[in-house]
Design a protein around this ligand. Structure first.
Ligand SMILES: *Cc1c(COP(=O)(O)O)cnc(C)c1O
Length: 357
């Protein structure tokens, strides 16, 4: 298995997650958020499969991501929307690569209208106060929509701040606010839901949903159960197995002392691969089906695992597997989210793809 970890990415699982989201979204179109290189998993290696599964609308963060996606799709008819905004310095890239501009503030509307323009979307802020046209500016635009006359406005969107918490009052408040504004900008299509929004139910779906994390096998919530399948597993070869006697310590800082005689395995993965150092003393791997607790600190290239209960699997050469079906639990242990675990994976682990492109 070599001396380094590899990241195995299952395109069939991705495809099933897309179809599961589609089913949940009912009559709304299901797009795919594929920003940050498909949450670190490789947009070029995943988007063509999503397109084959019937995905026609993609969301990226930047024009460069959009251009790379257009290349990966071999041109094609898919709509690609640049969420972070409109950058007039990249005007030619939007035109050449047929990227849709998401306009977030008055200045972007003005810059965009200088043309030559293609399709655009309008992002309205409905309470998150991060990106999007502030409510006052949106009211002004609705009162004097002439600004939109020469624009090809396809989508009016907003973004939910608390979709991962179905009980949060902000969900309904944002939805109400969104409808009051966006309904007056039809015939543009309306879009509000990320993965969490899709799971909130039909009231949140409108015309187009834009899930990301669900495609990659997790949800925004660490607590609400979700129907998505694991897409990634980080496989680390076991480099060395040793007997550690009761009272001996393991790893940097000697932070773990063996309470009894134990069998340990040193595996080739560490924070240099993106496995958070915060998992020190808390994380675990799977070796076969068995759970192998992480002993002591995560170092840059290596971890040490308690393999007292998985001797047979080790003899068979099984790797130590991180993330996989344990992605959400691992995020909780590292005090983070599946989003950050995935996008935090470094370039070192080779990406190995299963399932057809
Ligand atoms: C990232 C993002 C999404 C996708 O969010 P998930 O929680 O990953 O489903 C949707 N819309 C916008 C505006 C985003 O920035």
């Amino acid at each position: 298995m070599g001396l380094s970890a590899r990241l195995v990415i299952d395109r069939d699982a991705l495809a099933r997650n897309f179809q599961a989201l589609r089913k949940l979204a009912g009559g709304a179109e299901t797009g795919a958020s594929i920003k940050a290189d498909a949450y670190g998993l490789g947009a070029s290696a995943l988007a063509p499969r999503l397109a084959r599964e019937g995905c026609r609308t993609f969301f990226v963060a930047t024009p460069d991501e959009g251009a790379e996606l257009r290349r990966a799709l071999g041109g094609g008819e898919a709509d690609i929307w640049v969420l972070n905004g409109y950058d007039p310095a990249a005007r030619q890239l939007y035109v050449d690569q047929r990227l849709g501009a998401v306009l977030n503030q008055a200045r972007e509307l003005a810059d965009f209208a200088q043309g030559p323009t293609g399709p655009c979307a309008l992002h309205l802020d409905t309470g998150m106060n991060r990106r999007g046209l502030p409510a006052r500016d949106a009211q002004a635009l609705i009162a004097a929509p002439g600004v939109l006359d020469n624009l090809d406005l396809r989508i009016v969107m907003s973004h939910l701040a608390c979709a991962e918490d179905p009980a949060h009052a902000m969900n309904a408040a944002q939805r109400t606010h969104f409808m009051a504004l966006a309904d007056r900008l039809r015939p543009a299509r309306l879009s509000l839901a990320n993965t969490g929004g899709v799971m909130l139910g039909a009231d949140y779906h409108f015309d187009l949903v834009r899930p990301g994390i669900g495609l990659y096998g997790a949800s925004a919530s660490l607590d609400v159960p979700h129907p998505f399948e694991a897409v990634v597993r980080l496989e680390a070869p076991v480099l060395q197995v040793r007997a550690v006697s009761s009272g001996e310590s393991v790893g940097y800082g000697a932070s773990f002392t063996a309470p009894r005689d134990m069998l340990t395995a040193t595996a080739a993965v560490g924070y240099g691969d993106g496995l958070p150092r915060a998992l020190s003393g808390k994380g675990f791997a799977r070796i076969g089906q068995a759970r192998a607790p992480l002993l002591g600190r995560v170092s840059m290239d290596l971890v040490v695992l308690d393999v007292t209960d998985c001797e047979a699997e080790l003899r068979a050469g099984a790797p130590a597997v991180f993330l996989g079906a344990d992605l959400t639990e691992t995020a909780r242990l590292a005090d983070t989210l599946p989003y950050e675990l995935l996008t935090g994976l470094s370039a070192r682990p080779a990406r190995v793809y299963e399932g057809a492109l």
